[in-house]
Design a protein around this ligand. Structure first.
Ligand code: PMP
Length: 282
């Protein structure tokens, strides 16, 4: 079951006019919210990032936080899996094709639920491979825009190379992955690139830094050079659905020992423990 403009229906029944600005211009924003045991994880943080994205494209938030939460809870209840991945999508609505913002048009609001698929034990045991590429996206990567063509092309480079993710660099500095944030272990320190306009402020990224701090793990948030990434002892990718996943092969070369390392093990365990504790309290 999906949600579309105030109604709940089977996805096969959902229809969008071809003049929707999401279809014509990619003019919209989205969120992906993981749901564990029917409880949305970090819902307040997802809703505030949504607000940030809407502000970034100058589209008024069509709902209050309470309204969003009631739609989200209803959609979770209407779908079977205990663990779900909610996709929330807002476009500037349906109007005659013209770049200028249309006046008096209601946004299109769409939400769907898919079963949440987190990394398998085998993936966590062996890690995944990644490649590197120049980050050729726009300069507002902090907006979770539905126009994802550059990310699609960059991610496909990884798929074509038999890898799981593409690590992106601007002028030799790490930004993020094509669909994830990246952490680097250098020496005995966890490094993370700063949240700025060049990367999406990941909800999982924040959780990982909070956990590192809580564990007394040495960490630094700063610019990270490609050389540091290529000589890292560990690389981690994070996202709401991939949680904390180790990268063990980069551009065909082993990362550190070529096996998931101690930073991964600690952060992965801490993430799972945190998730379960939050879900129990929710
Ligand atoms: N960066 C990009 C480009 C992404 O698409 C995503 C999410 N898929 C992330 C980072 C991770 O964000 P989050 O932890 O909120 O899922």
């Amino acid at each position: 079951m999906i949600y579309l403009n105030g109604e709940y229906m089977p996805i096969e029944e959902a229809r969008i006019p071809v003049l929707d600005r999401g279809f014509i211009f990619g003019d919209g924003v989205y969120e992906v919210i993981p749901v564990y045991s029917r409880k949305p994880f970090r819902i307040e943080e997802h809703l505030s990032r949504l607000e940030h994205s809407l502000n970034g494209i100058r589209l008024e938030n069509p709902h209050s936080g309470e309204e969003w939460k009631s739609i989200i809870h209803r959609l979770i209840a209407l779908n079977e899996p205990e663990d779900q991945s909610l996709y929330l999508h807002i476009t500037r609505g349906v109007a005659k094709r013209d770049h200028a913002f249309p006046k008096g048009v209601k946004p299109t609001i769409f939400m769907m639920s898919n079963p949440l698929v987190t990394p398998s034990p085998q993936t966590l045991e062996s890690g995944v491979s990644a490649i590197t590429a120049e980050d050729n996206r726009w300069l507002r990567c902090d907006i979770k825009a539905i126009s994802l063509l550059p990310n699609v092309l960059l991610r496909q480079l990884a798929i074509d190379a038999g890898a799981a993710e593409t690590l992106l660099f601007r002028e030799n500095l790490l930004t993020e992955g094509a669909a994830s944030n990246i952490f680097v272990v250098s020496g005995n320190t966890l490094l993370a690139p700063p949240k700025d306009n060049l990367m999406l402020p990941g909800i999982t990224y924040d959780v990982v830094l909070e956990l590192a701090q809580g564990q007394g793990m040495p960490f630094e948030v700063r610019r990270i050079s490609k050389e540091e990434v290529c000589s890292a002892s560990e690389l981690l990718l994070t996202s709401s659905t991939r949680e904390v996943t180790p990268i063990t092969l980069l551009d065909g070369k082993a990362v550190g020992s070529g096996k998931p390392g101690p930073f991964f093990a600690r952060l992965h365990d801490a993430y799972q423990a945190f998730k379960h504790a939050v879900m129990r309290r929710a």
